[in-house]
Design a protein around this ligand. Structure first.
Ligand code: SF4
Length: 495
């Protein structure tokens, strides 16, 4: 039975055949919130950059499949050496090769480009499928390679794409998987012809290598909450419990065998316990905080292709911070902030401003401070003249997350998490001032990163509008920290 497949459909079937069945027969059930537009855009721009790896090239224009296949055929016949997006079809199996090296006389090399920094298992299937299609079409495939980003690359003044990319030869592997590809395609031929929705047990494949957009549909029979909403448990363990029939919280509670934090989440949920407070530990924690107090939050973005000299692929580049501060007990809350302009390296000016805004020797609070500390340390390494001041901020930083991470303060609405996104609404339910949903344009860190990157291409008016959105978002992050600190003060034992 013939089957019509693209490369990405083949790879989704490798992850879970039912995913492909649903994609073809019930596409309306797909939850496209699993699609990260930013990651897709990164993949496209990395792919575009890699096209020049072998010198001049011709790209097959995007269009209908038959037009792309025909254009590829003409380029090969004309002896074009480097063809980007070279497209082929064999008995309904379609694939586009990121870079095809045409060696002449039917001999070719396949280069698949990925924006990741390492090889994932699914990539072997990806290149094996391409090798299969081209081999079945009669090409002599001399080489099958994966091109991915070199995480060790440090950019100089100019970008060097030959240093940025690593090429891994997967020829042997792709060839050895040919029979497997053939079998999978034959299996899919009959599997996809079924009209009735196939049975498929939930498992690790629902989340790895990619989150499946049909999870909502396939898991609709599960009670809420369930084993998959237990916080701090490895996916493998969750699947083990699920397969043993331990799905609902009462079932998990009866079976036991949970760690203390998991048991606490489940007990609070099913018994409606009052908030748990270790007032003494909270008091000791607050006692460490001396005025003046600074509340700091960074926003960063991670360009796959390093934009600035002395930066690496996917390095976290801080472009913004918000800083609330209180100079003395009873003094008013003050605020300052920094937001870089797109198009320039934000690190030096931000580091300088941070040193002006946070004096040496004061206590700075961050929520989940490993992130802020990591960025400050990187800035200190980059700018030795600012290192003493930056490392002083680093050394005197404390983590506002600690009381929640250590469960000195826990309540049911935290749902087993100590992330600020759970802690804040749990402590201030229904408070519109602290509700990120009420913000415009930017509601979370991922959106902040994407907006900052996009600002480089925005017209002035839109850019100014999004600057305001970013400032409000980051400002709310540190205001939230102040409120959390105040709440801790309300519930703690007096010292
Ligand atoms: S949710 Fe899981 S079982 Fe359902 S289609 Fe996706 S991967 Fe397959």
């Amino acid at each position: 039975m013939s089957v019509y497949l693209s490369k990405s459909q083949y790879c989704s079937a490798v992850q879970c055949p039912k995913m492909l069945w649903l994609r073809k027969k019930r596409p309306e059930l797909f939850d496209d919130s699993v699609m990260d537009e930013h990651i897709l855009a990164t993949g496209n721009s990395v792919g575009d950059l890699a096209m020049g790896l072998f010198g001049p090239f011709t790209e097959v224009p995007h269009g209908d499949l038959s037009g792309m296949i025909e254009a590829t055929r003409r380029l090969i016949d004309a002896g074009e050496t480097n063809i980007a997006e070279a497209s082929f079809s064999y008995q309904g199996l379609f694939c586009s090769v990121d870079i095809l090296r045409n060696l002449g006389n039917g001999s070719v090399e396949i280069y698949e480009v990925k924006s990741s920094t390492s090889i994932r298992d699914i990539y072997y299937h990806d290149v094996a499928y391409q090798n299969y299609v081209l081999t079945m079409l009669g090409f002599q495939v001399e080489k099958v390679c994966l091109v991915h980003i070199n995480s060790e690359y440090v950019r100089g003044k100019e970008l060097d794409i030959h240093q940025l990319f690593i090429t891994e030869d997967l020829t042997e592997c792709a060839r050895s998987m040919s029979a497997e590809v053939g079998k999978t395609i034959a299996f899919l031929g009959s599997y996809l012809s079924a009209d009735e929705e196939p049975a498929q047990e939930l498992g690790e494949q629902c989340f790895t290598p990619y989150d499946c957009g049909f999870w909502g549909h396939c898991s609709e029979h599960l009670p809420s909450p369930n084993i998959f909403t237990v916080s701090g448990m490895q996916l493998k363990k969750k699947v083990e419990h699920y397969r043993k029939g331990l799905v609902s919280f009462p079932e998990l509670d009866r079976a036991g065998n949970l760690n203390a934090k998991q048991a606490q989440q489940i007990e609070h949920e099913i018994r409606g316990l009052p908030p748990e407070l270790d007032k003494k530990m909270i008091s000791l924690f607050l006692g460490e905080l001396e005025y003046p107090l600074y509340f700091l939050d960074f926003e960063s973005f991670q360009p796959a292709v390093p934009l600035y000299e002395n930066s690496r692929p996917y390095e976290q580049i801080v472009f913004q911070y918000s800083l609330h501060y209180i100079e003395a007990e009873g003094a008013p809350l003050k605020h300052t902030e920094y937001l870089a302009w797109p198009g320039e390296d934000p690190r030096r000016k931000l580091a300088e401003q941070l040193c002006k805004d946070i004096p040496m020797g004061v206590t700075t609070l961050a929520y989940n401070m490993s992130f802020e500390k990591g960025r400050i340390k990187a800035l200190a390494q980059l700018y030795p003249d600012l290192a003493e001041h930056l490392m002083n901020i680093y050394d005197s930083m404390l983590d506002l997350m600690q009381p929640f991470q250590k469960r000195w303060f826990y309540c049911r609405d935290m749902q087993g998490s100590y992330s600020i996104k759970y802690v804040l609404p749990a402590l201030f339910p229904g408070d519109p001032e602290l509700d990120y949903h009420n913000l415009e344009g930017v509601h979370n860190g991922a959106e902040a990163s994407a907006v900052f990157e996009a600002m480089a291409d925005m017209p002035q008016e839109q850019l100014l509008e999004y600057r305001e959105h970013l400032l409000k978002y980051c400002g709310l992050d540190t205001l939230a920290m102040v409120k959390v600190w105040e709440k801790l003060g309300e519930v703690a034992d007096p010292l």
